[in-house]
Design a protein around this ligand. Structure first.
Ligand code: PMP
Length: 955
């Protein structure tokens, strides 16, 4: 096409009948009310049942692509809250309908909703408010279209601000002298001023004809924008050129123009090149309007609309071209600087942003789903909806980056980049002046010592292009995953995730990009040591913590614990968490019941009954009465009282080296010096202590030492004398040495003691708090391992998987004897929440076959530990059964307890990613009692870590 080709610029030729037919047949609309003015199209107003509609018949030069581009841009502007026409659909669902009329080229027709309001150009009086309105809308349109692109916006147009010079000289032939000389001279001067900065002018899609003619004002609805026929990708400043130039046929043109500049600059940060180019382009625009107006009337004589405008256009040119360009540029610079410019940020202002939490304590992830490789992206996608942009946090130790079965500190979890996802194409703007280069992943903007890496972006600019602050630098396509990383210093980009040990260096070389992004994405600091100081200042010191420098553990899953640096450890010590951490069934049961009811067992509700039934069914025949309490200590204390009230006696027999709890009663029968160094010296007189039946390092050794220990018991009972013996209410025993490190008692010992106590009229208590509930793998209860049956079972810990929950299960006779003493009430014991948790734990034991796993994995684990014992002489013995194991560490020469080694091994194992602690009177036994869901893989990991730690210790 050439500039002067009359067929291409003339409006379509159609008869009123044809218009009616098009409306009726193709758009199912009534006849038009009247024609609306247009330079190159034909527009008709139609009053339809659903409101006013404009029928647009495109001129022959308009392509379908151009119309599609317009419709896409309209959708974007509507999303940004700007009132624009809405394309309607034909009965066939099309928004563009091609119509063939006899003897004429095919014509593209559309219908758009009519944007109600009075054209701004007709406002009376017209002044500063109107000029501000134009600048404001133009600025908002430019901001909303930043980053938008479409092939239909890239065609040639005589209205392209970049073509102003060639349009003036190309069409000036038709302009009579002397106007022609004036126009050409002004154009030349302007082009000269422009030449130095033209290459630096930012490009983007703009409306390109945002004058007061194409803005309508409705008092209720506000301003609206119409006529997108000139939409094109060109110099961005072109929008302000058109918006500002329309002041020049009015009084006080400069004041109006500068107000338009001021209002525009509130939304768009103008670059230096743009501030230089604006005035010459305004003059050129007025020149283009003059020459093209004259030209249009010569090819389309009956266009009254074009005729009317010519006088105004000449005035505009005359006034603008007489201004001193340097003076105008200075005024423009003051106007643009006089308002706070939008911050120079990568993300356009006014975005709705969601900064997502991917830290260890996030609620976005659960049940181990962070281990899926796409977890972070999935969370972002969940938040990048309905126009909002989702971002991850900088300086965050990400849960999604953790690695189970890895040494501590070996998972690079610290994010020093920020991931970005948007539900719509996201335009990005240069937050500082720099050179934009392409990278395999996207682009990098280099300015001084700063480099801003942006992965996933589709760049507008050419490679190695110098761009200025606020210029578009590309688009992150909708739903694509982008990443922003700032680097400082040597210009090299460091890895986007760092090891916790490299935090200082990594955050210094890839600093927080919040200011450049325009969104605060900094994650809160994790302060492990300050928290420890706070704990020491307030939490009574008798309550010890593991490790001198403990990791801060804030999450668990199955057999894993995760610290705030997102390092995962195998939990080898948590016998309480029988079913595993954060067990979904237990979590759901607790949450659901909390939402329904939590009260005490004096109320009548189902859960307490159901749990009691299930416990009674698990206990041996005859043990059919259940008390529900909150802890092992409480259960033991109650068991002791039951024994005393049932027998009317006051003495309790207990074994040494055992631990039964902290209440006065439970503590009285506890003699483990590991817990209380003065235990033996401070026993009350009502406690009769038996020798510790420890077949490994006790008085008698070997699994067959039971009869010898029992003979000692006999002797001791004789020594008590008749009066002493008659006061024995009962005996309490751990069926396996719990605190002793999982040492199995000699065969027949527990049954033998029970027999003797019962012969004296006492009752027998089994403390199952540590070892009961399936942990032994081969047995549900510990006493089964000893072939004994107690009269009272005390159980807790595993029963609630960590929820405070304990039980005493006994015979009807013992329970009834206790009733004579009055009623029993423990406020939270057997509460609806605790009971539901208790039921969920029992379900988990069955559903997850936890006891079977304890047997299978426990045997393999014990086997692996025994193999280690062959090469590490410091391993004196491997105790226990199922997943209740103990690794006894000794001096290989003297067999003395290796307490210091046990301590240092625990520290070394922590670094290996395993949480293990020592127990026993000499704290030389590593206790191995993990959640019963532990896998073979995890136990193999622990065994190999132990192997390395022992080797490193030379043991
Ligand atoms: N009995 C035994 C065998 C225990 O190991 C413990 C706790 N370690 C208790 C009773 C006391 O339980 P709790 O800490 O729940 O009071």
């Amino acid at each position: 096409m050439t500039l002067t080709d009359p067929t291409s610029l003339a409006r379509p030729v159609v008869s009123p009948d044809e218009v009616r037919t098009i409306l009726h047949d193709r758009w199912a609309l009534p006849a038009p009310a009247h024609e609306l003015g247009s330079q190159q199209d034909r527009n008709y107003l139609v009053e339809s049942g659903d409101g006013r509609v404009v029928l647009k018949l495109a001129g022959a030069s308009t392509t379908r692509d151009q119309l599609v581009a317009q419709h896409r841009a309209l959708a974007r502007l509507r999303a940004a809250g700007i009132r624009v026409p809405q394309p309607l659909r034909s009965p066939l669902g099309e928004d563009i309908v091609e119509v063939a009329l006899p003897g004429r080229p095919a014509m593209l027709t559309r219908t758009l909703s009519f944007v109600e309001g009075e054209p701004l150009i007709d406002r009376e009086p017209y002044g500063i408010a109107e000029a501000a309105c134009i600048g404001d809308v133009a600025g908002r349109v430019v901001a909303a279209l930043a980053g938008f692109d479409h092939p239909g916006a890239r065609g040639w147009s005589q209205w392209d601000v970049r073509e102003a010079g060639s349009t003036v000289f190309g069409l000036a032939d038709g302009t009579p002298r002397p106007q022609r000389e004036l126009v050409e001279a002004a154009a030349e001067r302007s082009l000269a001023r422009l030449s130095g900065v033209a290459d630096a002018l930012p490009l983007q899609v703009i409306h390109a004809d945002l004058t007061d003619d194409n803005l309508v004002m409705d008092d209720a609805l506000g301003v609206g924008v119409i006529d997108f026929g000139d939409l094109m990708r060109t110099w961005r400043i072109g929008e302000l050129v058109a918006a500002g130039a329309c002041a020049y046929f009015r009084e006080d043109a400069d004041a109006l123009f500068l107000q338009t500049v001021r209002s525009f600059a509130r939304h768009v940060r103008l670059t230096d090149a743009e501030l230089t180019a604006l005035w010459p382009l305004v003059v050129l625009r007025t020149a283009v309007l003059v020459v093209s107006g004259i030209h249009q009337t010569t090819i389309d004589g009956d266009n009254d609309y074009a005729q009317e405008r010519m006088a105004a256009e000449w005035t505009s040119f005359e006034v603008a071209s007489r201004r001193d360009p340097a003076g105008m540029e200075a005024l423009i610079r003051v106007a643009a600087a006089g308002v706070p410019a939008p911050p120079a940020t990568l993300l356009p202002p006014d975005l709705t942003c969601a900064v997502v939490d991917l830290s260890v304590t996030t609620e976005e992830l659960s049940e181990g789903d962070w281990l899926d490789p796409g977890a972070a992206e999935r969370v972002l996608r969940r938040h990048a909806v309905a126009g909002s942009v989702a971002l991850t946090r900088w300086g965050e130790y990400r849960l999604t980056r953790t690695r189970p079965l890895a040494a501590r500190g070996q998972a690079a979890t610290l994010a020093v980049g920020v991931d970005v996802m948007s539900s719509t194409d996201l335009p990005l703007l240069a937050p500082f002046d720099g050179v934009l280069s392409r990278t395999p992943e996207g682009v990098v903007l280099t300015g001084g010592t700063r480099r801003l890496w942006i992965d996933g972006v589709v760049a507008d600019a050419v490679d190695e292009e110098r761009i200025s602050t606020g210029s578009p630098l590309g688009v992150l396509p909708a739903d694509a995953l982008g990443r922003v990383q700032l680097s400082q210093g040597d210009g090299l980009r460091s890895a986007p995730f760092a090891l916790p040990g490299d935090a200082e260096e990594a955050t210094a070389s890839s600093p927080d990009p919040s200011d450049l992004l325009g969104v605060d994405v900094r994650a809160p600091d994790v302060g492990v040591e300050p928290l420890l100081r706070r704990r020491s200042a307030v939490f009574a010191d008798a309550q010890e913590h593991y490790y001198a420098h403990p990791p801060q553990i804030e999450r668990g899953w199955r057999e894993y614990l995760i610290d705030v640096h997102a390092q995962t450890y195998v939990d080898v010590v948590n016998n309480v968490t029988l079913a595993g951490h954060a067990h979904p069934g237990i979590v759901r049961a607790a949450a659901r019941q909390w939402g329904l009811l939590n009260t005490n067992s004096r109320f009548h509700y189902e859960a307490v009954t159901e749990l009691s039934e299930r416990l009674a069914a698990l206990a041996p025949e005859g043990l059919d009465r259940v008390f529900l309490v909150n802890s092992g200590s409480e259960a033991v204390d109650l068991a002791l009282r039951l024994a005393m009230t049932a027998t009317g006696r006051d003495r309790i027999v207990a074994a040494r080296e055992a631990y039964h709890g902290w209440t006065i009663g439970a503590d009285a029968v506890s003699t483990s010096i590991g817990d209380n160094p003065r235990a033996l010296a401070t026993r009350p007189s009502w406690v009769e202590l038996l020798d510790a039946p420890n077949p490994v390092r006790g008085t008698h050794r070997g699994a067959d030492s039971g009869p010898r220990y029992l003979a000692d018991v006999d002797e001791q009972l004789v020594a008590l004398g008749g009066a002493g013996r008659d006061r024995i209410a009962g005996v309490i025993l751990e069926p396996i040495f719990g605190n002793g490190g999982g040492v199995l008692l000699p065969d027949g010992y527990v049954a033998g003691v029970y027999e003797r106590i019962r012969a004296l009229g006492g009752v027998c208590i089994s403390d199952e708090v540590q070892v009961g509930y399936g942990r032994l793998g081969h047995h549900f209860w510990g006493f089964q391992q000893q072939g004994a049956v107690p009269d009272i079972i005390a159980v807790a810990k595993a029963m609630g998987n960590g929820q405070p929950l304990g039980a005493v299960i006994t015979t009807t006779a013992i329970a009834e004897a206790f009733e004579q003493e009055g009623s029993f009430f423990s406020s939270a014991g057997g509460s609806p929440v605790s009971s539901r948790v208790g039921i969920a734990v029992l379900d988990a034991i069955e559903d997850d076959d936890l006891q079977g796993n304890a047997r299978r994995v426990g045997e393999a684990f014990a086997g692996a530990l025994c193999t280690l014992a062959e090469t590490h002489p410091a391993i004196g013995a491997v105790h226990g059964m199922g997943l209740y194991l103990g690794l006894e560490l000794v001096d290989p020469v003297t067999q003395a307890p290796a307490t210091a080694l046990a301590h240092s091994l625990c520290d070394a194992l922590l670094e290996e990613g395993c949480i293990v602690q020592p127990t026993g009177d000499h704290k030389n036994v590593l206790k191995i009692k993990p959640p019963l869901c532990i896998t073979l893989e995890a136990t193999a990991f622990v065994a190999s870590a132990l192997d390395r730690a022992l080797t490193a210790a030379g043991s």
